[in-house]
Design a binder for this molecule. Sequence first.
Ligand code: AVJ
Length: 312
Amino acid sequence: MTDTFTKDIVDGLTAKNKHLPSKYFYDDNGSRIFQEIMNMPEYYPTNAEFEILSMQSKQIIEALKFSRPFNIVELGAGDGFKTFKLLEYLVNNEVDFHYVPIDISQEAIDILTRRLKEKLPALKIDPKVGDYFEILKDNRQSDYPSLLLFLGGNIGNYLEHKAKELLALFHKNMKRGDKLLIGFDLKKNPIIIHNAYYDKHGITKRFNLNLLVRINRTLDADFKIDDFDFYCHYNPITGDVKSYIVSLRKQTVHLKAIDKYIHFDYDELIWTELSKKYALEEIDDLAEHAKFKVEHNFLDCKHYFTDSLWQK
Ligand code: AVJ
């Protein structure tokens, strides 16, 4: 039981209140299901952030007040669909910059690089595969100012103390004057949030249960997927969306690869994900705690989402 995946899964499933880390949703199949989520009309964050970067790229770049050339470093670039609008604006305006997309997935980086070379041949792209922070440290040696991108609202998956830890790490690996553009999903009418996560198509349910499929495959386990359901709940006071897998029976699952048995009670829960929604004041507090200065919030027209620009 050496690798972190196995350790995280076993720790989570043997805890008093069972839980599994949402970062493990994203195997190849999970990434595909997440694409389906992003294509649902109810999943507003994709459209909201796309609107921000389509309509306000000029304002965002002007707010940087960078000398040129500069770097744009994207953490967890993925398919880079949203970022395309920002890059397109810069290339069309002949701005001198380097784009450094970083992702842990070689496949994602290859696809992104191929697409960008085709669509924006003039773009100077310097893709990196690997751990954010190792690469950030390298970038710190660069003489040029950098804009760090952490888009998509991924910060919402972190518990408060973990979010603070992550932002402190960003801060530590930035130069004075560098900027961070970070996406936050905002508090809004709870029904809209409920419908985006507890979707009527069952896609988010499939996204969650795919984690059990992944455990079946990697740990040679025998989860009967039909014996589990999905539940999620938005608390409009705290802003927490919490997602769960629900055991529909009293049952035992065998993780054969490590010969471990996991018992489930009738209706027992596995907590799988936090997707926190923020108020603008909470964003200010987070920034201040991590010693950043909030320069501007770029909101979509419905005020569902913000790309918040911070300076070190
Ligand atoms: C990719 C973390 C931003 O929390 O909204 C979508 C993942 N989970 N539907 C989010 C997700 C359920 C998503 N993030």
